[in-house]
Ligand binder design. Structure first.
Ligand code: XIL
Length: 595
């Protein structure tokens, strides 16, 4: 018996070794390789290839290929791309390891080149497990719901960092290390972001703490991910304002119009691309909760076009590519804005006739809008052109071109990107002030004369007690009646109203983010979104965007308030935990009462 047993052990060992050795040459052959169309427009599309390890051992390094008839790749991210149809995409090192059950994904932009939206076969040694071919799936234009589907399965975990053994946190589909010395929220240990075990475990199933980065055995203490009730729990911590559990998993997935957020990028303080606490925390919040980003600054004129004819798109491209590869849309802000600091010097010093000015303006608008064509959902074409019921005379554009500059900008934008929605954007229109009437007169005139315009953007830098939701409803419905889209573009709500009767600094102002302040803010955010949903029919909803990810990064602190005191005007605290206002927005989106 013994010799036989030894022999069979030996042969199964040999077999095992043979298989293992075979897998070095031919790789594990156990991955599904999916070609996904994530966004599709007339002349192009963005796509992704997702490689999911369906085997039981890790994949260490991957390379996949595909070939089109007419389509061609114009750029790709999160992969090293070689070849020119056929293409070969190879891992970047940091995303080369795929643990069993996990996926990695890379993205690319395609010019259709006169063809349709092709879905080619994806081949490669790792893909052979599914018969050597890919299974194609198209998620075109369903970007707002697709990520929830993907992220609700444990097999779609993507790793933000190289995967190592031991326990990790599956944070809504992305793996992060667990903190050892941080009690709650996000931490910063060993030079990288980590998530405290208690915060990790508070996610709904199937997320939470995972062993070895593979399976997802979340010890869930949170409420159900189904939007069933509005009872959430929030608590204050010493370091940050109240954060806590939401009754839903993701804001963006509650509705099918964009829920957006303004972000710092490029060289800005707190750039979302910084590899630190704020960068990682923001990226986590954005991909979980927001379906659209607006560049808070880096797509303004001076950032993109500081020398006539010489555009610097690098930082903005990084943001737009990152957004697209994470299934997040982009609202462009802003093609034309008079505000001093961001009108490029060459424009400020430009001496020319009205026609020469128009030519220069067109060059700017077409240069920018054509560069991002197909990659942005919409643009604020002109920002803040009116003051009360007249044109803003301190605008260099008005001074040199008169009112004509506004329509010239809209026409150039439409020519350069026929698919993007074009907005006129302004502040203090929410109360139906004269400025709103002036913008309506312009919009009616544009519609009558065929000047392209798709919507009105209301900035919504509003206060806790002003203006009334009745006024908001009225202005929304007037825009709706014109057949235009309505977008809330820059929503934030400070806890103090510096113009309010009760406010006086330093004697009488809200200096702490108390439960009461948070509760008032929660109801206020909820009522604004409720008013939006009540007045704006689905086809005219351009979306709701908040102006910043986390409280202490808000522009308001420096802009509006005495002594730069805190205002807690946003949805997430400095530990990147949702605050009561996030629940308030969710309640409104779920059609629940604001309370
Ligand atoms: C603000 C940015 O948030 C700040 O970082 C910058 O210093 C000034 O501009 N209305 C707008 C935005 O349309 O562009 C402004 O953004 C906020 C007011």
């Amino acid at each position: 018996m013994l010799p036989i047993r030894i022999r069979s052990l030996a042969s199964s060992l040999m077999l095992g070794l043979g298989l293992a050795m075979g897998s070095v040459g031919a790789l594990a052959q156990t991955a599904d390789c999916n070609y996904i169309i994530s966004n599709d427009w007339n002349s192009g599309l963005t796509g992704a290839i997702q490689i999911t390890n369906t085997g039981s051992s890790s994949i260490d390094g991957w390379s996949v290929s595909w070939e089109y008839d007419a389509n061609r790749v114009t750029n790709a991210w999160n992969t090293q791309l070689s070849g020119d149809n056929p293409y070969t995409a190879t891992d970047m090192g940091w995303n080369g390891t795929i643990q069993p059950g996990q996926s990695v994904e890379f993205g690319f932009q395609v010019n259709k080149n006169g063809g349709g939206s092709e879905v080619p076969e994806v081949t490669g040694d790792v893909c052979s497990g599914s018969g050597g071919s890919s299974s194609a799936s198209s998620q075109a234009s369903s970007q707002l719901s697709s990520s929830s589907e993907a992220s609700s399965e444990s097999s779609s975990i993507s790793s933000s960092a190289p995967v190592t053994g031991g326990s990790q946190c599956n944070w809504y589909g992305t793996l992060y290390p667990l903190c050892e010395n941080t009690e709650s929220g996000w931490g910063w240990e060993n030079n990288e972001s980590c998530i405290a075990p208690s915060t990790c475990s508070s996610q709904p199933d199937p997320y939470g703490i995972v062993e070895g980065g593979a399976s997802s055995s979340a010890s869930s203490q949170s409420s159900s991910s189904a939007p069933a009730s509005s009872s959430s729990s929030f608590s204050s911590s010493s370091s940050s304002s109240a954060g806590g559990d939401l009754t839903f998993e993701s804001l963006r997935n509650l509705v099918d119009f964009p829920i957006g957020v303004a972000v710092p990028a490029g060289n800005e303080t707190n750039s979302i691309f910084d590899n630190d606490y704020e960068g990682n925390g923001q990226r986590g919040v954005i991909t979980q909760h927001f379906g659209q980003v607006t560049a808070g600054n880096i797509m303004k004129m001076s950032y993109l076009h500081n020398e006539r004819g010489n555009f610097t798109f690098g930082n903005a491209d990084e943001l737009v590519d990152w957004a697209i590869s994470n299934n997040v849309g982009v609202h462009g802000h802003a093609l034309v804005w008079h505000s001093d600091y961001q009108v490029p010097n060459w424009m400020q010093n430009f001496q020319g006739t009205e026609e020469e000015w128009v030519e220069a303006l067109r060059e700017h608008v077409s240069g920018v809008a054509s560069h991002f064509a197909g990659r942005v959902d919409s643009w604020d074409v002109v920002n803040e052109a009116f003051v009360d019921d007249g044109y803003r005379t301190d605008s260099i554009f008005y001074q040199n071109m008169g009112e004509r500059y506004i329509e010239e900008a809209f026409i150039a934008a439409r020519d350069a990107d026929p698919d993007a929605d074009l907005y006129y954007n302004d502040f203090s229109m929410e109360n139906g002030q004269p400025k709103f009437d002036r913008a309506m007169t312009m919009a009616e005139d544009f519609l009558q004369r065929g000047v392209p315009i798709d919507g009105i953007g209301f900035q919504f830098h509003v206060f806790i007690d002003w203006p009334s939701t009745t006024s908001m409803r009225e202005v929304f419905s007037r825009v709706v009646d014109l057949g235009l889209k309505v977008k809330i573009t820059e929503l934030d709500i400070p806890v103090n109203n510096p113009y309010g009767n009760d406010y006086s600094y330093p004697d009488n102002y809200i200096a702490e983010y108390t439960d009461d302040a948070a509760q008032r803010q929660k109801v206020r955010f909820c009522q604004i979104v409720e008013a939006y949903l009540a007045e704006v029919p689905p086809a005219q909803r351009g979306g709701v965007t908040v102006w910043g990810v986390f409280d202490s990064d808000s522009w308001l602190i420096e802009q509006t308030f005495d002594n730069n005191h805190d205002e807690w005007p946003l949805l997430f605290n400095d530990d990147f935990e949702p605050k009561p206002p996030a629940q308030g927005v969710g309640d409104a989106l779920m059609g629940m009462p604001c309370q």
